[in-house]
Write a protein that binds this ligand. Sequence first.
Ligand code: P6P
Length: 342
Amino acid sequence: AGREEVNTNIVSLTRFLTEEQSKVKEATGDFTLLCHALQFAFKSIAYYIRRASLINLNGLAGSSNTTGDDQKKLDVIGNDLFIAAMRGSGKCRMLVSEEEEKLITFFDSSPNARYAVACDPIDGSSNIDAGVSVGTIFSIIKLADNAKGSAEDLLMPGTELVASGFTMYGASAQLVITMKGGSVNGFTLDTSLGEFILTHPDMRIPRTRSIYSVNEGNSKYWEEPVKEYIESLKYPKDGGKPYSARYIGSMVADAYRTLLYGGIFAYPADKKTVKGKLRILYECAPMAMVFENAGGKAVNSKMQRMLEVVPEHIHDRSGIFLGSADEVQKVIDIHKKHGIVG
Ligand code: P6P
């Protein structure tokens, strides 16, 4: 009596993956082992981010990545940790990283591996020194039997992804993962156990929420439908309450809040960034898959379903509207008035 209620039925990510595998009769275990390597990468990155300021890992590494962004030391470490974990898994044949212009191939160590991974090892890193939550976003692709082992094998619509998700490195590391056609599950890293623990089973995004998340500093460049849409939230015609603005500037943090609370996150293509800023393979598509599986919606700036967009190259970009189904529908309705139909 009076014994503290101890939950002894803890579902770790490791156990969760085993249970998921048991549902797939032809499973070989390769996907499970790949995900174990992924979770190790997230734990390692979480460790370095937590210690960054103590061991002076903040600040610039003096190098720059493919798009000319100043690389932060943690960017480089995150990228290297991720590459090592994928290579070491023996289950990944190719890797796309935001930090690497060229496709990374592991033909030497795993020439017949059936999976490829696309990732942004540390997304939002420009905020790192300010202690803002950053994250890793990932897509997992199952290679076709006749895959040639080149970038073309990865240029497919997000509907083909076998899994996707992200890890946000905040007060604690939060991992969100979803499988094709599956539910969305959230895990919290328990650093004393060194395990991701299931804390948010079967996540569902609210259908509506009066929160919008966009960089209004780009308003000058927005196309008319976007301007009209945002204005309708700030100055509601029906006399309703204006929406709240929440913008962190780190996609993983803005996306995680939107997934939990509802609302909409937008990074529209505009007159300045005509193709949009966010990458399809390792930002837009994986996030769109998570949100759709949680009951939300995601479209690009042409109002096409984000998961049906096919990237033209591995670092291809897109505009994106991501969030509660009814909130994204408002964007679609306004664009329809302007003759833009997905
Ligand atoms: P802006 C971070 O650099 C990032 O890639 C995403 O994480 C974030 O959503 C977006 O760019 C922020 O861009 O132009 O608002 O600073």
